[in-house]
Design a binder for this molecule. Structure first.
Ligand SMILES: NC(=O)c1ccc[n+]([C@@H]2O[C@H](COP(=O)([O-])OP(=O)(O)OC[C@H]3O[C@@H](n4cnc5c(N)ncnc54)[C@H](OP(=O)(O)O)[C@@H]3O)[C@@H](O)[C@H]2O)c1
Length: 388
């Protein structure tokens, strides 16, 4: 269980760019977790190219993968059993995936809200075993057999060729399931609470969809910082879940009583409004979020669960001098240093038991369409996973 008495997580240092001291401090806590930390380790001689590297077990030439042949509903997700296994190129690793994370963004690429070429293997993260290395340099000292987590594209498959730079070894003590229940989602909310709006102790924070994959983790992080959290969630069960994480107030914004959640937020904050809103719901909540934020407050719009926020006339921000942000995780973890910084924070939280995860369900790979139906149907809490 996440402890509210534990030290503040997200305020241990300033931004990762400016905090090499903090990074070394974190590294000293958990350097053993991620072997390829320091610059001297990056100069390790290149490993031999893919064809010379022993692999385990033998890699077949074809694999099962979920292919979105075209944009559309969950029905466009086709199970292909004869998909070619990719060959890792320079700078890549071939990973045999075990557990795959499902993220709401996968639905945006499926529907075409976010454009991408089709046919496409969806999915942006997985944990599995390195089975081969691409030719050329091996700056982070990966080896065949390493258990790794990665962020890239094409994870709804048995194998993925992934960039070394966005792959890390997973320490013993973190299961594949726990790693995937928190990897993309956890890195996202850690970076948003630290950099998009540096949340301070005592801040009033409004967090929509607080029982979801990202919301479940962010609620805990906000409470650890000492923020006062008003969560929204759809339905009694979700409300109870968010309360159990220590949220100060939770509004069922789908209930009759909670429909006017803006009024409720104003009451709770004595008419002042919140310091920051984390809004990943988008279309259905953006106007209310603008009303619920305080004068000189900040709105972090970071998702489109109900549809995108429409183009916003800038004068709408003027009366209260509101600041808005529209961040993406990948903007905060572009460099290896930034990526390792947040991964270390996350793994440290998991290993010390300070951050708990919730897994809604682990679906077999070929039931991914059902998983998308459940996610978009607002039937889930915590994270949805696939077993490759
Ligand atoms: N910008 C980034 O880099 C980044 C990274 C990760 C995630 N995200 C965003 O964060 C959000 C959460 O992602 P997630 O994967 O953890 O998903 P999730 O929160 O587990 O699922 C989405 C939740 O949104 C709520 N929701 C509100 N209106 C909805 C609607 N009309 N249809 C469907 N759901 C609706 C539902 O919760 P209730 O029933 O409680 O309303 C639903 O459970 C998504 O918007 C995602 O795009 C952004």
């Amino acid at each position: 269980m996440y402890s509210r008495t534990l030290p503040r997580i997200v305020s241990t240092s300033s931004t990762p760019q400016a905090s090499s001291r903090a990074i070394s401090r974190l590294s000293s806590i958990s350097t053993h977790l991620l072997l390829p930390h320091s610059s001297h380790q990056r100069n390790i001689p290149s490993r031999p190219p893919h064809r010379n590297v022993a692999t385990m077990p033998p890699i077949s030439s074809t694999m099962k993968a979920i292919v979105a042949e075209k944009v559309g509903g969950p029905e466009v997700l086709e199970v292909h059993t004869n998909q070619p296994v990719p060959t890792p190129q320079e700078g890549q690793l071939l990973v045999k995936n075990n557990i795959i994370g499902i993220n709401y963004i996968d639905t945006y690429f499926r529907t075409g809200l976010y454009p991408s070429a089709k046919p496409e293997i969806l999915g942006r993260e997985a944990v599995g075993t390195v089975v081969a290395l691409g030719p050329g340099a091996n700056p982070y000292n990966f080896q065949v057999g390493d258990r790794v987590a990665w962020l890239a594209t094409g994870s709804y498959a048995e194998y993925t060729a992934v960039p070394q730079a966005k792959t890390v070894k997973v320490p013993q003590g973190i299961s594949d399931e726990d790693a995937m229940a928190s990897f993309l989602s956890g890195l996202t909310v850690l970076s948003f609470a630290k950099e998009t709006y540096p949340v301070q102790k005592g801040d009033w924070v409004l967090l929509h969809a607080a029982a979801g994959g990202a919301g479940f983790l962010l609620t805990q992080i906000l409470k650890d910082i000492g923020a006062k959290v008003i969560g929204t969630a759809g339905g009694k069960e979700k409300v109870e879940l968010v309360k159990s994480l220590g949220a100060d107030y939770v509004i069922d914004y789908r209930s009759e009583e909670g429909k006017d959640w803006v009024k409720k937020v104003k009451e709770i904050t004595h008419g002042r409004g919140v310091d920051v809103v984390y809004d990943s719901v988008g279309k259905d909540t953006w106007e209310g979020s603008l009303e619920a934020v305080k004068r000189k407050g900040t709105i972090v719009w970071f998702g489109n669960a109900s549809g995108p926020v429409p183009p916003l006339p800038l004068p709408k921000l003027s009366p209260k001098c509101v600041k808005i942000a529209r961040p993406t995780l990948f903007g905060y973890i572009e460099t290896r240093e930034e990526f390792e910084y947040y991964v270390n924070e996350l793994f440290n939280l998991l290993l010390t038991g300070k951050l708990k995860v919730k897994i809604h369900n682990v679906y077999p790979l070929d039931q991914v369409a059902q998983a998308h139906i459940d996610l978009e149907g607002r039937k889930t809490t915590g994270k949805l996973l696939l077993k490759a």
